[in-house]
Design a protein around this ligand. Structure first.
Ligand SMILES: NC(=O)c1ccc[n+]([C@@H]2O[C@H](COP(=O)([O-])OP(=O)(O)OC[C@H]3O[C@@H](n4cnc5c(N)ncnc54)[C@H](O)[C@@H]3O)[C@@H](O)[C@H]2O)c1
Length: 455
């Protein structure tokens, strides 16, 4: 075990196991939604009730959309809440960016949601200037992860929200934080504070809300199956990733923590708790012969060599129920489309989810049939489903067990973050060991050259 691991991991896991009545079955007991209840945006009607005040933290791509992908929380909230939506504040230190996105909204048919929105550089400014009628019913957090997920000033937005708006629901983007691995215990403290306060908190692992994913869950639940293995592969189209920070492991913390996290989370959603000490990983470095990339859209040389990201990371691990998981993340495709597959095996069954981001297809093999059945889920919008379930959960006063569900809560998302850090660390340790061995060979050869060949 590495000395860099937070010391209380084992105690925490021990206490979870003691409190768990049936350890190892977590995977099948995780919340799920009947896939038929995940309806497309165009088939829902906005409830014409009271106004619904929302605060946006971050005026970037996740909140207002971009060419990079289908994410855009403001758009989904506009459809979910219709004329009830009132964005009372947009908080972003980049005031020009916030002003520009707001202006666009005010020039469109959703003007009523944004005409009174005030821009603030910081959450503190909002608190100081807020009038009581602007009290939010929900806060959507889409700031970069380095500014959240801890109790440290400037990186403690969740704690500030708990202090000033106790009980007000939060929606937080993934990853839950970024920072040194030693801060993980601190991030678990934030999770505890949120849980202890009883505050509803949903995290943006939207793949859990895919109809195809819920279909997989349904098959496992209906047949009382235990997952034996999860196999995940994520190949991104690196040519279309132009953000320099993404390529800098000191800024975005690398492709597993920033991007592969979605598939690590999906693995946990199906496989259950990961035995963190079992995680093993290897990587292909940028400086190895197989790691050369010809179409990076910016000059990677501006990033110090030790901070450049791996091109391939391959990991495997054990789950608490004994199942085995594996994940390969590849920074290797050009063009625009990613190639991603996620497969689950259980006794007699395999379920393979292909292309979950663009047009999900599920291949199912069942007992009694050696051929696979194919189900296509063309019309699905998990970004809408996660927002829709968040709002419905806030408004569901009757607590209907068949009703809306939060599929990724804060504590669960911290565990995914812990898991992704474990993969990064294992890969880095393996690389360091290999470089050390190579250096030893080089040194021995140099010595040999000096002293002449041995007989
Ligand atoms: N679920 C998904 O598929 C998905 C997709 C895209 C982004 N994301 C996540 O959303 C988050 C934001 O990503 P993005 O692409 O929108 O980034 P971005 O860089 O486009 O936008 C981030 C915005 O936050 C602002 N900001 C910086 N510090 C802030 C602070 N302390 N308080 C408030 N705002 C602050 C920046 O000025 C910027 O405008 C990341 O965690 C990212 O991983 C998730």
């Amino acid at each position: 075990m590495s000395s860099r691991r937070p010391s209380s991991n084992i105690e925490r896991r021990l206490s979870e196991r003691r409190n768990s009545d049936r350890p190892g079955l977590m995977g099948s007991r995780r919340p799920s939604i009947d896939p038929s209840r995940l309806v497309p945006m165009g088939m829902t009607s906005a409830n014409l009730g009271d106004t619904f005040n929302v605060v946006f933290i971050g005026a970037g791509n996740i909140m207002f959309g971009s060419d990079e992908g289908p994410w855009n929380h403001s758009f989904r909230l506009e459809h979910k809440l219709g004329p009830r939506l009132k964005v009372v504040a947009l908080i972003d230190p980049a005031v020009d960016r916030a002003t520009a996105v707001l202006q666009k909204k005010c020039e469109s048919f959703v003007v009523s949601a944004y005409q009174d929105t005030r821009i603030f550089k910081t959450f503190e400014d909002f608190i100081k200037n807020m009038s009581p009628r602007d009290r939010p019913r929900a806060i959507i957090i889409g700031s970069p992860p380095m500014f959240r997920g801890t109790t440290n000033p400037g990186r403690d937005i969740e704690m500030q929200i708990l202090q000033h708006f106790p009980g007000v629901p939060m929606f937080v983007e993934k990853p839950i934080a970024t920072g040194p691995e030693t801060e993980l215990d601190n991030t678990f403290q934030v999770a505890k504070a949120i849980a202890d306060s009883g505050t509803l908190c949903s995290v943006g692992y939207m793949l859990r809300y895919l109809k195809a994913v819920q279909k997989m869950k349904q098959i496992l639940n209906d047949n009382n199956l235990q997952v034996m293995s999860t196999i995940a592969r994520y190949a991104c189209a690196y040519e279309s990733i132009a953000k320099p920070d993404w390529w800098d492991s000191a800024k975005s913390f690398g492709p597993i923590i920033e991007q592969g996290t979605h598939f690590c989370d999906l693995s946990r959603y199906f496989g259950g708790e990961v035995d963190i000490d079992s995680v093993q990983a290897h990587s292909l470095g940028w400086d190895e012969p197989a790691g050369k990339l010809s179409k990076i859209k910016f000059d990677e040389n501006v990033i110090p060599p030790e901070r450049r990201i791996p091109r391939v990371t391959a990991a495997n691990w054990k789950y608490d129920n004994g199942a085995v998981g594996s994940f390969v993340h590849i920074v290797g495709l050009q063009g625009k489309n990613y190639s991603c597959e996620f497969e689950v095996f259980a006794d007699g069954y395999s379920m393979k989810l292909v292309n979950p981001y663009v047009s999900p297809v599920l291949y199912i093999r069942k007992p009694g049939d050696d051929d696979e059945t194919t189900i296509r889920f063309g019309d699905d919008d998990p970004f809408f489903s996660e927002i829709s379930n968040f709002i419905d959960t806030i408004e569901d006063i009757e607590d209907d067990p068949e009703g809306a569900q939060i599929l990724s809560n804060y504590e669960d998302a911290v565990k995914t973050y812990e898991f992704t850090w474990a993969i990064r660390r294992a890969a880095e340790e393996s690389r360091a060991a290999r470089l050390k061995a190579e250096a030893e060979v080089e040194a021995a050869l140099a010595l040999e050259a000096q002293s002449g060949p041995k007989a």
